[in-house]
Design a protein around this ligand. Structure first.
Ligand SMILES: [Zn+2]
Ligand SMILES: [Zn+2]
Length: 117
């Protein structure tokens, strides 16, 4: 039996490849070459600052998780538990087309839940 060579299988693969989104034309993209030195510096500084923020966020989350565990609360990152309340897990309060960062199960933001990144 050579199931892998069925025509049906082949057709499915080709369709999937055609469905890939086309690359954008690029006329709206920012060009490196047109940046002034000040703009380049601004981007670099922003990158460094956001990296710092992510690092801080990680350590805050680690401490928060440890604190909850130590207090006897079961904390499940896979269920995206809230760090601030007994929320059963983050669920966007928006619609599927306009997702919200606010949780539908508690009054806290997405960033106050585990595994939000
Ligand atoms: Zn909450
Ligand atoms: Zn929540």
């Amino acid at each position: 039996m050579l199931d892998m060579h069925r025509p049906g299988h082949r057709a499915m693969v080709e369709t999937a490849e055609k469905d890939a989104p086309p690359m954008p034309g690029g006329n709206m993209q920012r060009q490196d070459t047109s940046l002034t030195d000040a703009q380049k510096r601004a981007f670099q500084q922003n990158e460094a600052d956001f990296a710092k923020l992510e690092e801080q966020m990680r350590s805050v989350e680690e401490a928060a998780t440890a604190r909850l565990s130590a207090s006897g609360l079961e904390f499940d990152e896979d269920r995206r538990n809230c760090y601030l309340c007994l929320c059963s897990g983050f669920e966007s309060s928006g619609s599927s087309t306009r997702p919200s960062t606010r949780c539908a199960n508690c009054p806290h933001q997405m960033t106050r839940h585990a595994g939000h990144q």
